[in-house]
Design a protein. Structure first.
Ligand code: NAD
Length: 373
């Protein structure tokens, strides 16, 4: 008999095409009468289009969202919220914009809604990553969960193909690590498998035809499921590696996930046979790490950390940071293993499964705590 704990989600999800037209009603249903729209500096046109749909319920746009949620931007945003007496925030954008909404909610207690435009999945998680003085800290805080998420496939049609690919593989990474998460549960496993199926179907179709609405819907559906997984179970080595690389070298988020994922899957494979078997249903092949590497390569994604701006001299430091803090992983990770994995990922070489690491579903913890994002 399997024993498990499943954490349900409180976020209302509206999914479809043209659903942005329902945002005003969804805001109204939450009692929001003074909505502040959030976006990144380059996305003000889209934010204005959404503001028009909100009509008199909108009190303005704050267009300074930035990657990794810098706390100085949040401080300005909170001042703005107070100045315009906003009673809610609506994030229109990807993980950066949604992160700003969460940071505002944490400081003000205001309800948040989102119209996600990438596949990062942050809208479905209670995870907030913030940066201050060049240091990123990540916390799981139930109070930052969104009230309503409106997925409108139409808003993703213009997401550039290259961004779509890495953003989609970023979502796949959430699902993959959920398959072997220490606290995985039957619902998370179903969602993770379905997410991997949808994203592996959708991404090649999007590369062939970026305005294929069915493929876009499939990708967004997969991203929703993968984000939900990220929000409900703990992550492991892959998210730890990406967190260290993003925080230490400022590497781009989704691209880093895309490069690292095949290497971590190859490393963890001997200790996570059920996860590997589930991934194989979507990506056939004896060697699942190699299958993921080939998948990303065929989609034109970057394969080497050196191409993302990581210095070779940073490998040793990153290996040290990866093993220093505690987090759970199905296969033990020591500094040599982390260094070898990083060296291959840095050079863009195919992944490698080091010998050993046999089947263990009790897993391994370097010290304490599950890793978040
Ligand atoms: P992003 O939000 O930074 O967006 C990337 C770029 O694409 C931005 O310049 C944005 O303006 C642009 N863009 C967004 N949607 C577009 C569209 N439809 N068409 C054209 N351009 C568009 O990137 P992201 O990958 O979505 O998010 C990354 C951030 O999210 C990181 O800071 C990461 O740490 C965070 N994140 C957090 C969680 C969580 O659970 N807390 C989960 C995943 C990612």
């Amino acid at each position: 008999m399997t024993s498990f704990v499943h954490r349900g989600q409180i976020t209302k999800v509206v999914f479809g095409s043209g659903t942005r037209n329902l945002v005003a009603a969804e805001a109204d249903a939450l009692g929001c009468r003074r909505v502040l729209v959030l976006c990144t500096p380059g996305r003000t046109d889209q934010a204005e289009e959404i503001s028009d749909l909100l009509g008199p319920a909108v009190v303005g746009t704050f267009a300074e969202a930035a990657p990794h949620t810098p706390v100085d931007v949040t401080a300005r945003a909170v001042d703005h919220v107070r100045a315009v007496r906003a009673d809610s925030v609506l994030a229109v954008g990807g993980g950066s914009t949604i992160g700003l909404g969460k940071a505002i909610a944490l400081r003000t207690g205001l309800p948040q809604l989102a119209l996600p435009t990438t596949y990062a999945g942050s809208e479905m998680t209670p995870i907030l990553g913030e940066t201050e003085d060049g240091r990123k800290t990540t916390r799981r805080l139930p109070e930052v969960l969104l009230r309503t998420v409106v997925y409108d496939v139409d808003l993703t049609l213009a997401l550039p193909t290259a961004v779509s690919v890495v953003s989609g593989v970023n979502a796949m990474a959430h699902a993959v690590e959920s398959l072997y998460a220490q606290d995985r549960d039957p619902v998370a496993l179903l969602m993770a498998g379905e997410a991997i199926d949808a994203l592996t179907r959708a991404l090649p179709a999007i590369v062939r035809s970026p305005d294929d609405a069915e493929a876009r819907a499939d990708a967004l559906y997969g991203a929703w499921l993968a984000g939900t997984c990220l929000g409900t179970v703990g992550m492991a080595l892959h998210h730890k590696v990406c967190h260290v690389l993003g925080g230490t070298f400022g590497l781009p988020h989704a691209e880093t996930h895309t490069v690292v994922l095949p290497h971590v899957v190859a490393y963890n494979a001997p200790a996570a046979p059920e996860a590997v078997a589930r991934i194989r249903r979507a990506l056939p092949g004896e060697d699942t790490g190699a299958a993921l590497f080939g998948f990303a390569e065929r989609l034109g994604a970057p394969t080497g950390l050196r191409d993302l701006g990581m210095p070779e001299s940073g490998i040793e430091r990153a290996a040290e940071l990866i093993v220093r803090d505690g987090y759970w992983n199905p296969r033990p990770v020591d500094r040599d293993a982390a260094r070898d994995l990083l060296a291959r990922a840095w050079a863009g070489e195919p992944p490698h499964t080091p010998p050993g690491g046999g089947t263990t579903h009790t897993g391994h913890r370097t010290s304490t705590g599950a890793h978040h994002a």
